[in-house]
Write a protein that binds this ligand. Structure first.
Ligand code: PLP
Length: 417
């Protein structure tokens, strides 16, 4: 927490900042290295933009040689603006419009079609535009759901992909469309054990082997195994490393590391989640028998999942004094409440911390993924300043929103209030 203390002392965490988010960019760089060294060198690691769409973070990842997984028009533009070369951008979405597909084709993105109708669209567009689509097909291996239903996408029913038992139709599509060159699978995000990830990816890998056997070696030239490696949110969490994951995949999928097939990954959470903390000033501490509530400046606006589904989304916390020194004292039970006008607004419900007083700073750990990216406009609060720390130097990754920014947001494109 030395970094928060320094940010306070050096004026990066300013008086007017009720909260900040701080990214450790060296930690993120180290995670990129751990990932790339675990997989074959030619693998394209497409970072899931939805996990952390901050442009300077994306730009750094692009510079480090990663690709980007974009699942909307906005994410495509974010990826391009960050400098990802278009051939390293993977476009996934279950709702791609004809216009979006046209753009993807003209830019040369790799498109993972979600369903068979989308393949027909791609074929029509390709002919229309005189371009050969670069595309794969998303398969749902129906491997089962993880601990968290809402972030599991490979159960028997899913809105994503073509169910594996529709094998004939899948084979048919590969027979019909010579440009169709890849298979894509994604099992879920957080809460999926290694065995589930491996089983799901393995089932689609078997399909790739079948297609090769039927149509000739190299028919499936691109194998995209998605994301889904979990992050540690509690002391007891021991998520598998990328290396352990690849080792397990290699056992299940013989020939995986061979050169005949380009591998693609789409990790988000495990890359970015551990690389940021949020720090909020405590505005008030309220006492009533049996309850001690520290009211902070971050709530369900930044911690949507945590507030609505606290059982699945815990965070470690610490308490610092106003100058950033870790507070000492016997830990007692605190409710950490957000600032929003509804009673479920508790990013962390039961935190054991030294007794908090107004002006203290609560630090919430592992907020680097799926927090700012899920920011809610409820109550129109200002998104906090986002800082980056790299080789000892602070920078502002995103400036704190001003009230005018909020007014502008709600005005949208309309003329005036
Ligand atoms: C969300 C998502 C990812 C990233 O998942 P993580 O759990 O963040 O690794 C990758 N691919 C697809 C298709 C996704 O929807």
């Amino acid at each position: 927490m030395e970094a928060i203390k320094r940010a306070l002392a050096d004026g990066w965490f300013r008086e007017q900042d009720t909260a900040v988010v701080l990214y450790d960019l060296d930690a993120l760089t180290a995670r990129v290295e751990a990932l790339t060294s675990a997989f074959p060198a030619e693998t394209v690691h497409a970072f899931a933009v939805k996990a952390c769409p901050l442009p300077p973070v994306l730009a750094m990842l692009a510079q480090l040689g990663l690709g980007a997984e974009a699942a909307s028009l906005g994410e495509i533009h974010l990826a391009l603006a960050a400098g990802f070369p278009s051939e390293r951008i993977v476009f996934d979405s279950p709702a791609k419009t004809v216009e979006e597909l046209r753009l993807a084709l003209s830019l040369g993105l790799f498109v993972n079609a979600d369903n068979l109708d989308e393949l027909d669209r791609l074929d029509d567009l390709g002919r229309d535009m005189g371009l050969v689509p670069r595309a794969g097909l998303r398969i749902n291996p129906q491997a089962g759901t993880g601990r968290i239903k809402a972030t599991s996408v490979a159960g028997r029913y899913s809105k994503f992909g073509v169910p594996l038992p529709q094998r004939e139709a899948i084979v048919d599509a590969f027979g019909r469309y010579p440009w169709l060159s890849g298979l894509h699978v994604h099992i879920g995000s957080q809460g999926c054990p290694l065995e589930l990830l491996v089983a799901g990816v393995g089932a689609v890998y078997d399909l790739a082997a079948d297609l090769d056997a039927r149509f000739g070696p190299g028919r499936v030239a691109v194998f995209d195994l998605g994301g889904g490696l979990p992050a540690a949110y509690r002391d007891a969490d021991r998520p598998p490393s990328p290396q352990a994951y690849f080792e397990a995949l290699r056992v299940r999928c013989p020939g995986l590391e061979g050169n005949q097939r380009r591998l693609v990954t789409e990790f988000g959470r495990m890359m970015a989640a551990p690389c940021a903390v949020a720090a909020s000033r405590v505005e008030y501490v309220k006492r009533q028998p049996g309850h001690r509530t520290a009211v902070m400046h971050l709530g369900a606006d930044m911690f949507v999942r945590e507030c609505y589904n606290p059982r699945f989304w815990p965070h470690r916390t610490r308490l610092l004094g106003a100058h950033g020194l870790e507070k000492q004292g016997k830990p007692v039970l605190h409710h950490l409440a957000g600032p929003l006008c509804f009673s479920g607004d508790f990013p962390v419900r039961r935190a054991m911390l030294p007794e908090a007083t107004a002006g203290d700073i609560v630090v919430i750990e592992d907020v680097g993924a799926y927090t700012l990216s899920m920011w809610s406009r409820y109550n129109s609060r200002q998104m906090p300043r986002v800082l980056g720390l790299r080789q000892g130097h602070f920078s502002v990754l995103r400036e704190r929103e001003e009230p005018e920014d909020l007014v502008q947001f709600w005005l949208g494109g309309s003329m005036s209030a």
